[in-house]
Design a protein around this ligand. Structure first.
Ligand SMILES: Cc1cc2nc3c(=O)[nH]c(=O)nc-3n(C[C@H](O)[C@H](O)[C@H](O)COP(=O)(O)OP(=O)(O)OC[C@H]3O[C@@H](n4cnc5c(N)ncnc54)[C@H](O)[C@@H]3O)c2cc1C
Length: 259
Protein backbone atom coordinates (compact mmCIF):
# COMPACT_ATOMS: atom_id res chain seq x y z
CA UNK A 1 0.00 0.00 0.00
CA UNK A 2 1.29 3.49 -0.84
CA UNK A 3 -0.58 6.56 0.42
CA UNK A 4 0.15 9.41 -1.95
CA UNK A 5 -0.44 13.15 -1.54
CA UNK A 6 -0.45 15.20 -4.77
CA UNK A 7 0.28 18.94 -4.60
CA UNK A 8 -2.06 20.65 -7.03
CA UNK A 9 -2.39 24.27 -8.00
CA UNK A 10 -5.05 26.26 -9.83
CA UNK A 11 -3.47 28.71 -12.29
CA UNK A 12 -4.73 31.00 -15.04
CA UNK A 13 -4.88 29.08 -18.34
CA UNK A 14 -1.40 29.68 -19.85
CA UNK A 15 -3.13 30.13 -23.22
CA UNK A 16 -5.14 33.09 -22.00
CA UNK A 17 -3.90 36.64 -21.53
CA UNK A 18 -2.29 37.08 -18.10
CA UNK A 19 -3.30 40.05 -15.97
CA UNK A 20 -1.47 41.27 -12.91
CA UNK A 21 -3.18 43.16 -10.10
CA UNK A 22 -1.78 46.51 -8.89
CA UNK A 23 0.45 44.67 -6.39
CA UNK A 24 1.86 42.50 -9.26
CA UNK A 25 0.18 39.35 -8.03
CA UNK A 26 -1.52 37.32 -10.74
CA UNK A 27 -5.24 37.90 -11.33
CA UNK A 28 -6.41 34.33 -10.63
CA UNK A 29 -10.00 34.99 -11.77
CA UNK A 30 -9.04 34.74 -15.48
CA UNK A 31 -9.66 31.26 -16.97
CA UNK A 32 -8.56 29.32 -13.87
CA UNK A 33 -7.75 25.66 -14.48
CA UNK A 34 -5.99 22.73 -12.85
CA UNK A 35 -2.29 23.16 -13.72
CA UNK A 36 -1.55 20.63 -16.48
CA UNK A 37 1.62 19.30 -14.85
CA UNK A 38 -0.46 18.66 -11.72
CA UNK A 39 -2.98 16.64 -13.77
CA UNK A 40 -0.03 14.44 -14.72
CA UNK A 41 1.01 14.25 -11.04
CA UNK A 42 -2.54 13.08 -10.15
CA UNK A 43 -2.42 10.53 -12.98
CA UNK A 44 0.89 9.15 -11.68
CA UNK A 45 -0.55 8.84 -8.16
CA UNK A 46 -3.59 6.95 -9.50
CA UNK A 47 -1.30 4.56 -11.40
CA UNK A 48 0.69 3.90 -8.20
CA UNK A 49 -2.59 3.29 -6.34
CA UNK A 50 -3.77 0.86 -9.05
CA UNK A 51 -0.45 -1.01 -8.80
CA UNK A 52 0.08 -0.95 -5.01
CA UNK A 53 -3.22 -0.03 -3.36
CA UNK A 54 -3.42 2.86 -0.89
CA UNK A 55 -5.08 6.26 -1.07
CA UNK A 56 -4.64 9.42 -3.16
CA UNK A 57 -5.16 12.76 -1.43
CA UNK A 58 -4.80 16.08 -3.27
CA UNK A 59 -3.48 19.07 -1.31
CA UNK A 60 -3.66 22.69 -2.38
CA UNK A 61 -3.25 26.16 -0.92
CA UNK A 62 -5.30 28.79 -2.68
CA UNK A 63 -8.41 30.95 -2.81
CA UNK A 64 -12.00 29.61 -2.58
CA UNK A 65 -12.18 29.37 -6.41
CA UNK A 66 -9.56 26.59 -6.27
CA UNK A 67 -12.45 24.19 -5.62
CA UNK A 68 -12.88 23.79 -9.40
CA UNK A 69 -9.36 22.40 -9.80
CA UNK A 70 -9.88 20.18 -6.75
CA UNK A 71 -13.11 18.73 -8.22
CA UNK A 72 -11.24 18.01 -11.47
CA UNK A 73 -8.60 16.01 -9.59
CA UNK A 74 -11.28 14.16 -7.58
CA UNK A 75 -13.19 13.37 -10.78
CA UNK A 76 -10.01 11.80 -12.21
CA UNK A 77 -10.07 9.40 -9.25
CA UNK A 78 -8.33 10.99 -6.26
CA UNK A 79 -10.00 9.85 -3.01
CA UNK A 80 -10.14 13.11 -1.06
CA UNK A 81 -8.79 16.66 -0.86
CA UNK A 82 -7.28 19.07 1.64
CA UNK A 83 -7.63 22.78 0.81
CA UNK A 84 -5.68 25.36 2.81
CA UNK A 85 -7.72 28.49 2.39
CA UNK A 86 -7.04 31.76 4.19
CA UNK A 87 -7.14 35.36 2.96
CA UNK A 88 -3.74 35.96 4.55
CA UNK A 89 -2.06 33.58 2.04
CA UNK A 90 -2.45 35.93 -0.97
CA UNK A 91 0.89 37.09 -2.43
CA UNK A 92 2.94 34.46 -0.61
CA UNK A 93 6.33 33.70 -2.15
CA UNK A 94 7.72 30.23 -2.79
CA UNK A 95 9.35 29.88 0.64
CA UNK A 96 6.07 30.75 2.38
CA UNK A 97 4.10 28.45 0.09
CA UNK A 98 6.55 25.64 0.81
CA UNK A 99 6.23 26.32 4.54
CA UNK A 100 2.44 26.24 4.61
CA UNK A 101 2.28 23.08 2.48
CA UNK A 102 4.79 21.50 4.89
CA UNK A 103 2.53 22.29 7.84
CA UNK A 104 -0.55 21.13 5.91
CA UNK A 105 1.14 17.78 5.20
CA UNK A 106 1.41 17.43 8.98
CA UNK A 107 -2.41 17.35 9.08
CA UNK A 108 -2.56 14.31 6.76
CA UNK A 109 -1.86 10.89 8.30
CA UNK A 110 0.23 8.07 6.92
CA UNK A 111 1.78 9.88 3.95
CA UNK A 112 4.29 7.66 2.08
CA UNK A 113 4.89 9.75 -1.04
CA UNK A 114 4.30 13.37 -2.09
CA UNK A 115 4.08 14.07 -5.84
CA UNK A 116 4.31 17.62 -7.26
CA UNK A 117 4.82 19.24 -10.65
CA UNK A 118 8.38 20.31 -11.48
CA UNK A 119 7.38 23.93 -12.20
CA UNK A 120 4.23 26.05 -12.09
CA UNK A 121 3.28 27.99 -15.22
CA UNK A 122 2.51 31.22 -13.30
CA UNK A 123 5.37 31.81 -10.79
CA UNK A 124 7.78 29.36 -12.59
CA UNK A 125 9.86 29.21 -9.37
CA UNK A 126 10.39 25.45 -9.64
CA UNK A 127 11.39 25.24 -5.97
CA UNK A 128 8.36 24.40 -3.82
CA UNK A 129 8.94 20.61 -3.77
CA UNK A 130 12.59 21.12 -2.75
CA UNK A 131 11.58 23.61 -0.04
CA UNK A 132 9.16 21.06 1.45
CA UNK A 133 11.74 18.24 1.23
CA UNK A 134 14.28 20.42 3.07
CA UNK A 135 11.76 21.45 5.74
CA UNK A 136 10.68 17.84 6.39
CA UNK A 137 14.14 16.30 5.94
CA UNK A 138 12.75 14.04 3.20
CA UNK A 139 14.64 12.64 0.20
CA UNK A 140 13.55 14.26 -3.08
CA UNK A 141 13.59 13.09 -6.68
CA UNK A 142 12.85 15.96 -9.05
CA UNK A 143 12.05 16.39 -12.77
CA UNK A 144 11.16 12.72 -13.03
CA UNK A 145 9.92 11.33 -16.35
CA UNK A 146 9.43 7.80 -15.00
CA UNK A 147 8.43 6.53 -11.53
CA UNK A 148 8.01 3.14 -9.86
CA UNK A 149 7.13 2.46 -6.24
CA UNK A 150 8.40 -0.91 -5.09
CA UNK A 151 7.74 -1.61 -1.40
CA UNK A 152 9.52 1.13 0.60
CA UNK A 153 11.49 2.39 -2.39
CA UNK A 154 10.62 4.90 -5.11
CA UNK A 155 12.83 4.87 -8.17
CA UNK A 156 12.77 6.24 -11.65
CA UNK A 157 14.39 8.43 -14.28
CA UNK A 158 15.19 12.14 -14.07
CA UNK A 159 15.52 13.97 -17.33
CA UNK A 160 17.58 17.15 -17.55
CA UNK A 161 19.64 18.85 -20.29
CA UNK A 162 22.62 16.84 -19.10
CA UNK A 163 20.96 13.49 -19.73
CA UNK A 164 18.90 10.76 -18.09
CA UNK A 165 19.68 9.86 -14.47
CA UNK A 166 18.38 6.76 -12.67
CA UNK A 167 17.47 7.70 -9.11
CA UNK A 168 15.95 5.99 -6.10
CA UNK A 169 15.02 6.92 -2.55
CA UNK A 170 13.45 5.33 0.50
CA UNK A 171 9.90 6.29 1.41
CA UNK A 172 8.62 8.62 2.71
CA UNK A 173 9.88 10.90 -0.06
CA UNK A 174 8.83 13.80 -2.30
CA UNK A 175 9.07 13.73 -6.09
CA UNK A 176 8.35 16.21 -8.85
CA UNK A 177 7.41 15.09 -12.34
CA UNK A 178 7.90 16.56 -15.80
CA UNK A 179 5.53 16.60 -18.77
CA UNK A 180 6.82 13.26 -20.14
CA UNK A 181 5.70 11.24 -17.10
CA UNK A 182 2.33 10.17 -18.55
CA UNK A 183 -0.86 11.13 -20.41
CA UNK A 184 -3.52 12.10 -17.89
CA UNK A 185 -6.85 10.25 -18.12
CA UNK A 186 -10.05 12.12 -18.87
CA UNK A 187 -12.54 12.02 -16.02
CA UNK A 188 -15.41 9.63 -16.75
CA UNK A 189 -19.02 10.71 -16.23
CA UNK A 190 -19.08 8.28 -13.26
CA UNK A 191 -15.92 9.92 -11.93
CA UNK A 192 -17.39 13.42 -12.26
CA UNK A 193 -20.54 12.37 -10.39
CA UNK A 194 -18.56 10.57 -7.66
CA UNK A 195 -16.33 13.64 -7.18
CA UNK A 196 -19.34 15.68 -6.00
CA UNK A 197 -19.60 13.45 -2.90
CA UNK A 198 -15.90 13.20 -2.08
CA UNK A 199 -14.54 14.95 1.01
CA UNK A 200 -12.79 18.33 0.70
CA UNK A 201 -11.30 19.24 4.09
CA UNK A 202 -10.85 23.03 4.28
CA UNK A 203 -8.11 24.18 6.68
CA UNK A 204 -7.29 27.70 7.85
CA UNK A 205 -3.81 28.83 8.89
CA UNK A 206 -4.79 28.32 12.53
CA UNK A 207 -5.81 24.71 11.73
CA UNK A 208 -2.20 24.04 10.64
CA UNK A 209 -0.60 26.06 13.46
CA UNK A 210 0.54 28.98 11.35
CA UNK A 211 0.06 32.70 11.91
CA UNK A 212 -0.94 35.24 9.27
CA UNK A 213 2.50 36.82 9.79
CA UNK A 214 4.10 33.62 8.44
CA UNK A 215 2.60 34.11 4.98
CA UNK A 216 1.35 36.71 2.50
CA UNK A 217 2.88 39.38 0.30
CA UNK A 218 3.48 41.79 3.18
CA UNK A 219 5.67 39.20 4.94
CA UNK A 220 7.31 37.67 1.86
CA UNK A 221 11.10 37.65 1.49
CA UNK A 222 10.75 38.20 -2.27
CA UNK A 223 8.24 40.28 -4.18
CA UNK A 224 7.56 41.26 -7.76
CA UNK A 225 8.30 45.02 -7.98
CA UNK A 226 7.75 45.62 -11.66
CA UNK A 227 6.81 43.90 -14.90
CA UNK A 228 7.79 44.82 -18.45
CA UNK A 229 5.90 43.07 -21.24
CA UNK A 230 8.09 40.91 -23.45
CA UNK A 231 8.89 42.73 -26.74
CA UNK A 232 6.88 41.32 -29.66
CA UNK A 233 8.73 38.62 -31.54
CA UNK A 234 10.83 40.04 -34.42
CA UNK A 235 10.16 38.66 -37.92
CA UNK A 236 12.91 36.22 -38.95
CA UNK A 237 15.47 37.04 -41.67
CA UNK A 238 14.48 35.68 -45.09
CA UNK A 239 17.26 34.00 -47.10
CA UNK A 240 16.67 33.69 -50.82
CA UNK A 241 18.67 30.74 -52.17
CA UNK A 242 20.17 31.67 -55.53
CA UNK A 243 22.61 28.79 -55.30
CA UNK A 244 24.31 30.50 -52.38
CA UNK A 245 21.70 29.78 -49.71
CA UNK A 246 24.09 27.70 -47.65
CA UNK A 247 26.69 30.45 -47.64
CA UNK A 248 24.12 33.09 -46.67
CA UNK A 249 22.87 30.92 -43.76
CA UNK A 250 26.46 30.32 -42.64
CA UNK A 251 27.13 34.08 -42.79
CA UNK A 252 23.96 34.73 -40.78
CA UNK A 253 24.95 32.15 -38.10
CA UNK A 254 28.46 33.61 -37.91
CA UNK A 255 26.91 37.06 -37.56
CA UNK A 256 24.77 35.76 -34.69
CA UNK A 257 27.90 34.20 -33.16
CA UNK A 258 26.14 30.83 -33.26
CA UNK A 259 29.01 29.26 -35.15
C1 LIG B 1 5.02 36.59 -12.10
C2 LIG B 1 5.38 35.95 -10.78
C3 LIG B 1 6.70 35.85 -10.40
C4 LIG B 1 7.02 35.27 -9.18
N1 LIG B 1 8.34 35.19 -8.83
C5 LIG B 1 8.66 34.66 -7.63
C6 LIG B 1 10.02 34.56 -7.23
O1 LIG B 1 10.93 34.93 -7.98
N2 LIG B 1 10.31 34.03 -6.01
C7 LIG B 1 9.33 33.58 -5.20
O2 LIG B 1 9.66 33.09 -4.12
N3 LIG B 1 8.02 33.63 -5.54
C8 LIG B 1 7.68 34.17 -6.75
N4 LIG B 1 6.37 34.23 -7.11
C9 LIG B 1 5.36 33.73 -6.19
C10 LIG B 1 5.19 32.24 -6.39
O3 LIG B 1 4.65 32.01 -7.64
C11 LIG B 1 4.25 31.69 -5.37
O4 LIG B 1 4.84 31.77 -4.16
C12 LIG B 1 3.85 30.23 -5.58
O5 LIG B 1 2.92 29.85 -4.63
C13 LIG B 1 5.01 29.27 -5.49
O6 LIG B 1 5.75 29.35 -6.61
P1 LIG B 1 5.44 28.48 -7.92
O7 LIG B 1 4.03 28.15 -8.02
O8 LIG B 1 6.11 29.13 -9.04
O9 LIG B 1 6.15 27.12 -7.49
P2 LIG B 1 6.86 25.97 -8.24
O10 LIG B 1 7.96 25.54 -7.34
O11 LIG B 1 7.19 26.29 -9.66
O12 LIG B 1 5.70 24.82 -8.21
C14 LIG B 1 6.07 23.50 -8.38
C15 LIG B 1 4.97 22.59 -7.87
O13 LIG B 1 4.74 22.86 -6.47
C16 LIG B 1 3.36 22.64 -6.16
N5 LIG B 1 2.75 23.92 -5.72
C17 LIG B 1 3.16 25.20 -5.94
N6 LIG B 1 2.30 26.09 -5.37
C18 LIG B 1 1.32 25.34 -4.78
C19 LIG B 1 0.13 25.64 -4.06
N7 LIG B 1 -0.22 26.90 -3.80
N8 LIG B 1 -0.65 24.60 -3.60
C20 LIG B 1 -0.30 23.30 -3.85
N9 LIG B 1 0.81 22.94 -4.55
C21 LIG B 1 1.60 23.94 -5.01
C22 LIG B 1 2.69 22.17 -7.47
O14 LIG B 1 2.74 20.77 -7.56
C23 LIG B 1 3.61 22.80 -8.52
O15 LIG B 1 3.52 22.10 -9.76
C24 LIG B 1 6.01 34.78 -8.34
C25 LIG B 1 4.68 34.84 -8.72
C26 LIG B 1 4.37 35.42 -9.93
C27 LIG B 1 2.95 35.47 -10.33
Amino acid sequence: MTNVVVLIKQVPDPGSERKLSDDFTIDRSIDPWLEEINERAVEEALKIKEANGGEVTVLTAGPASTTDAIRKALSMGADRAVHVQDDAIGGSDAVQTGLLLTYALGAIEGVDLVIAGNEATDGRVGAVPAIIAEALGLPQLTHMRKLVVDGDTVRGERETDEGIFELEASLPAIVSVNEKINEPRFPSFKGIMAAKKKEIRVLSLADINLESTDVGGANASTSVTGVTPKPPKQAGEKVVDEGDGGQKVAQFLIGQKII
